[in-house]
Design a protein around this ligand. Sequence first.
Ligand SMILES: [Cu+2]
Length: 347
Amino acid sequence: MKRRVLLTILLAMTVGVGACGDDDDATNNANNTNNQADTGTEDAGTEDTGAEDTGDEDAGDEDAGDEDTGDEDAGTEDTGTEDTGGDTTAAATADDQTLDNLSTLVTVASATSDGPGWIVIHENACTDDQGTATFGAVIGKAALSDGENTDISVTLERPAVDDESLCAMLHSDTGEEGTYEFGTDDLDGPVTDGEGNVVMDSFAVQVPEGTPAIRITIDASGNQDYDFQSVEPAMYDNGLSGSADPVLFLNDGWRYEIVNNATANHPFELLDADGGLGGMGDVLLSQASNPTAETDPDTAWNEDGNSVLFTVAGEAFAGGALSGSVDAYRCANHPESMQGTVTIESP
Ligand SMILES: [Cu+2]
């Protein structure tokens, strides 16, 4: 039984290589600091590479071959895994969680890596009730330092959907440290335990209605510009932080929170600029007035203190009968100077 599960999982991994390989810029910033401190000394290069490669190939070879080498099999895997770091036992634990801050940010409770590693978030649960692998494409990852890591923040490449299951999987970091290279030359593969099973844990996420995917904090620079101060998660910054009146890229269908720390004097609004900035467009969403597009349930416009929340959907973004479509932002009080363009992207 165990063999079948392992084979199925390995097969699923192979199939999933394409999906796993192409997300380098998603590389996470959460735990890099610790990494460098811990790794340099011990087992960065040689031992890790040996261990992970051996582990993977052993599993494949032996499984294909004889049925009765169960003992040796276990022996080999044990050696491969545990010799490397000494006392490290590979592990990953992810708890069910409610994403009430940002729908693109999950937390993995703990992961123990033998040398530098990765915690990788796959779509769908890890396995079904029969133990058959069911996980899908990679939608997030975070670097791990040697040993135990706790409360690991992982930024997702898309907002989580309410009630979905995800799979947190432990991978090694065997190539260039801090660069996820799974799918290339057997690098950064999944880590197996002493019994040859991939170390992973399923968890469910709840996403309360109205939770933003991305939070952008802005302030005013005199009456001249909006200063973009920060973007959470940082993976989505795209150069906005530290910019004055930059082009604001919004992902179609995603929900945003804009925290405008200058709301009192510089109310933020989104408009159809009618082909030119300068204050002449149709205002569609505003902290200073109540345009009809704000009532569209798909946009779900919400003003909450200094914050505005909206989903890039509905009347304001559809170019329907009531209005054009958002292609700029500005300050309601200083429309000539405090303004920039909006570009809607399809993620
Ligand atoms: Cu202003």
